[in-house]
Design a protein around this ligand. Structure first.
Ligand SMILES: [Zn+2]
Length: 96
């Protein structure tokens, strides 16, 4: 796996605006990835920062999350209707 390959920005999804900047800090190479579109910056040691950045990108997007929530909501609504119908039948059964 090529750790130098950066996935799109986890915040704004910008593809070309990030870069790995390295600077020597103490004994380690400190690195940072900055998105030039939304100015999100992640800092860590060298390759770790790329891994961190790319792992964050694995989160599902906002649109996908909304779609998933709508599906769940629709399923809950259907179950609620079934539950209401069952309750009505039970109540009717008790009344007669
Ligand atoms: Zn960004």
């Amino acid at each position: 796996m090529n750790t130098d390959e950066l996935l799109p920005c986890p915040f704004c999804g910008s593809n070309e605006s990030n870069d790995v900047l390295r600077s020597e800090a103490s004994r380690h190479f400190a690195a940072s990835v900055t998105c030039f579109t939304c100015e999100l910056t992640m800092k860590d040691f060298d390759e770790k920062v790329t891994e961190k950045w790319n792992t964050r990108t694995n989160r599902i997007s906002e649109t996908e999350l909304i779609d998933e929530l709508n599906e769940t909501l629709e399923s809950v609504r259907k179950n609620l209707i079934i539950l209401q119908q069952m309750t009505e039948k039970l109540n009717n059964g008790n009344n007669t």
